[in-house]
Design a protein around this ligand. Structure first.
Ligand SMILES: Cc1ncc(COP(=O)(O)O)c(C=O)c1O
Length: 380
């Protein structure tokens, strides 16, 4: 291992077999570079087969998928949307595209995801709310039975942000397939990547309705072109579709997704075992009901000896990439003034005490050993 070779947090990892290039070649050979074509159709079908989702629309980004999920759910200007506070801003930005109002909900310690108890409290405060977004952070899953029970009780539409949790199951079922709508991201650092991309899936019980919603999302994603010979538009549209070349990368990546999940889990296990003897280190909690894809291995610290910044700086000195936990959205300047429902500042505590460790599936055992050694050295 060369001294200066950077160790990444989570970088793109194409298949050894070259599957992605085969599908890209197919696009080139048939001159279906753009706009849509066989790879987009194939990717949507294969994503549904993998996850168990009913219908999918391949899009340019996970953020675009959240935006179209909100539109399909019927979110309008002035509507309140309950959102997790501990997540990446992309989970919530599209709420503001529609001029709707996010209300941030704290997470719980058991899952690091939306607290069902705080969600109940939010409905007590704002009983007429009709929309909830739940995220599955770092590949951990929210307590979906409870979240869905509460949404059903309040007749609220549930959107599941599974950008980070493709391959994670909750009680044996894939995340992203519980909510009325689910979204995935294929951004460069995700467990599989298309260089950039996302997908919207619809899981509502009525098959015909689910198909119709996805068709509508594809319509919005291609500039809302009415079925007329001339260019006619009755609705505002977007340029949100995935290209046929990019979808080819996705088809190849899906073939190695199980392998990547196994590799990410092995990384989490190595860290857990290595840090078991340091009482100040607490690996992110994987609940009994969650079979996590371990997208990022994260930890929190207790005690005064070592702070998260000490870990980040020590790793950076060795050319190793790590990052803080997402800063809760209710603390972000851009969302100042939005309401927050929480009692024990769980998200804030995780943010203040947490670190995301390198979780790159291309890391060698030697490199993981180096990360561990740098961190353990801080307790010497
Ligand atoms: C939790 C979460 N939601 C949404 C997104 C947005 O996905 P994308 O970058 O594909 O737009 C990401 C990742 O970037 C994410 O981590």
């Amino acid at each position: 291992m060369s001294e200066n070779k950077r160790i990444f947090l989570s970088s793109p990892h194409m298949s050894d077999e070259g599957y992605e290039m085969e599908y890209i070649k197919l696009a080139f050979d048939t001159n279906w570079i753009a706009p849509l074509g066989q790879n987009v159709d194939g990717f949507e079908k294969e994503l549904c087969e993998y996850t168990g989702a009913k219908y999918a629309a391949a899009l340019s980004a996970g953020t675009a998928a959240i935006h179209l999920a909100l539109k399909a759910a019927g979110v309008k200007a002035g509507d309140r949307v309950f959102c997790p506070t501990l997540t990446f801003s992309a989970t919530v930005n599209p709420v503001t595209y529609e001029n709707a109002i996010p209300v941030f909900i704290d997470c719980d310690e058991k899952t690091w995801n939306m607290s069902p108890e705080m969600l109940e409290k939010a409905f007590e405060k704002y009983p007429d709310t009709k929309f909830v977004i739940v995220a599955h952070l770092y590949g951990l899953c929210a307590d979906m039975d409870e979240i869905m029970r509460i949404c059903r009780e309040h007749n609220a539409v549930l959107i599941e942000d599974a950008a980070e949790s493709l391959g994670t199951t909750y009680k044996g079922k894939m995340t992203g397939t519980f909510g009325d709508y689910g979204i995935f991201s294929f951004n460069g650092n995700k467990i599989i990547t298309t260089s950039g991309g996302g997908a919207l899936v619809c899981n509502i019980a009525d098959d015909a309705k689910a198909e119709e919603r996805i068709k509508k999302a594809r319509f919005w994603a291609t500039q809302s072109r009415d079925p007329a010979r001339h260019y006619q538009h009755s609705e505002i549209g977007y340029n949100y579709r995935m290209s046929n070349v990019v979808a080819g990368i996705g088809r190849g990546q899906l073939k190695v997704l199980d392998k990547r999940v196994a590799q990410k889990k092995a990384i989490y296990k190595k860290y857990s075992e290595a840090f078991a003897d340091i009482k100040d280190i607490h690996m992110m909690p994987v609940a009994d009901f969650c079979d996590s894809n371990c997208w990022l291995s994260c930890l929190t610290l207790s005690g005064d000896k070592v702070q998260p910044l000490d870990i980040l700086l020590s790793l950076e000195k060795e050319n190793i990439e790590a990052r803080p936990i997402w800063k809760p959205l209710h603390l972000q300047p851009v969302f100042a003034g939005c309401d927050y429902i929480g009692e024990n500042n769980v998200a804030e505590n995780i943010f203040n005490s947490g670190v995301c460790l390198p979780s790159d599936t291309k890391m060698t055992n030697e490199e993981i050993g180096k990360v561990i050694a740098v961190i353990k050295n801080l307790w010497k």
